[in-house]
Design a binder for this molecule. Structure first.
Ligand code: SAH
Length: 354
């Protein structure tokens, strides 16, 4: 099986059958080999740098009803909140002082945040922090709305495709959400000019090896700048409350496959990975990831943005999260850097070598 990993590293893609073979025949030794290769590729492009993104979970109101998600609209137990513009700007202020140069506004699909309100918010953040990148993660919108966000100054957009397999998508979402629209959004975002991120949960209910292989082909075809993956973790007030979580081991393996498939991709070691194992994020970095996303949300709302159970860092101040992650990265030989951490373009790479 090592030959398949070598082949993937050499040509940066495999067939669906080859991805399936690799995933199904993984052993601890094969996983270790994949991690070594993935790390080598990561070091070629990013050295031992780790990029940080300050995550601001600015609303947990959501009009959607995704079966896996703790802030789905039919969860009456969720305590709903939305941050004001002043509160969001004050998160940015403390984040900037801590060395963050990317802010990620993530939330449910909250109808209160109309296009006009989003545009106003984007403008005020970019006006105050022109040196920072602004990433949005607020779900499915029309192309026109995405265009307006971009023109207001947003730089990046995260929208996990969740699963590339249409039948599997239908098992995870109610009928009013369609896999075609989700993919349409991703293509619009890329065409508009956003640095775009897709991604999926590992071990979500109904996921098969074939689904994962389809995810790899979809991602290779889309060529996103970022890919967010993490284990599915049940939330006790959702229809999937009794479903088993995705595993650390499979998530790390998928991170390795992603690094070899898209060598320069921005790949976070996610909070969900840190939730299923105390050293999950460290292991994610060692498997090929190069981004961490500590939380900048005010402590008062931290324990309300609960997509899944046992989420880590819900009681910590931003500074504690940042310090903790910097120390964790140092302990494994990596360094959190003060940088926007953009996707490397060919000209930026040439600059670095001259
Ligand atoms: N509303 C935005 C942001 C969604 S939350 C959007 O639609 O893009 C960000 C991600 O958290 C989701 O895309 C999903 O992949 C992940 N997530 C949601 N529930 C989860 C769970 N129970 N376990 C693990 N990840 C989950």
């Amino acid at each position: 099986m090592k030959e398949l990993i070598d082949k993937l590293r050499r040509q940066t893609f495999l067939t669906k059958e080859e991805y399936m073979t690799l995933i199904d025949s993984r052993t601890p030794a094969l996983a270790e080999y994949l991690s070594e290769q993935a790390r080598a590729v990561r070091h070629q492009h990013y050295g031992h740098d780790v990029y940080v993104r300050g995550l601001i979970e600015f609303t947990n109101y959501c009009k959607n009803d995704c079966y896996y998600c703790g802030i789905r609209c039919s969860n009456r137990q969720a305590q709903r909140y939305r941050l004001t513009e002043e509160e969001i700007l004050s998160c940015c202020e403390s984040g900037y002082a801590l060395g963050f140069r990317t802010f990620v506004l993530q939330g449910g699909e909250d109808p209160y945040f109309t296009a006009d309100r989003m545009v106003k918010l984007i403008r005020s953040i970019k006006e105050r922090y022109p040196a920072c990148a602004l990433t949005l993660s607020v779900g499915e919108k029309s192309r026109e709305e995405y265009q307006a966000y971009y023109e207001a100054g947003a730089d990046r957009y995260l929208l996990r495709h969740e699963t590339a397999d249409n039948a599997h998508y239908r098992q995870l979402h109610p009928d009013n959400l369609s896999p075609d629209n989700r993919k349409r959004c991703l293509r619009d975002l890329k065409e508009i000019g956003f640095q775009t991120g897709c991604g999926f949960m590992v071990g979500s209910p109904g996921q098969t090896t074939e689904c994962l292989a389809e995810d790899m082909l979809f991602i290779k075809d889309l060529q996103p700048h970022m890919v967010g993956i993490g284990p599915f973790i049940a939330q006790h007030d959702t229809p999937f409350r009794d479903r088993p979580s995705g595993t650390l081991e499979l998530t790390l393996f998928m991170l390795g496959l992603l690094r070899l498939t898209l060598p320069k991709v921005l790949l976070p070691a996610t909070t969900a990975l840190g939730t299923i194992h105390p050293l999950g994020r460290e292991k994610g970095i060692l498997a090929g990831a190069n981004v961490v996303m500590p939380n900048l949300s005010p402590v008062s709302v931290r324990n309300k943005y609960l997509l899944y159970d046992n989420k880590i860092c819900t009681g910590d101040e931003a500074a504690e999260c940042k310090n903790c992650l910097s120390l964790r990265m140092k302990a494994i030989g990596y360094e959190v850097v003060v940088s926007r951490g953009d996707y490397p373009t060919e000209s930026s790479e040439r600059k670095e070598t001259t």
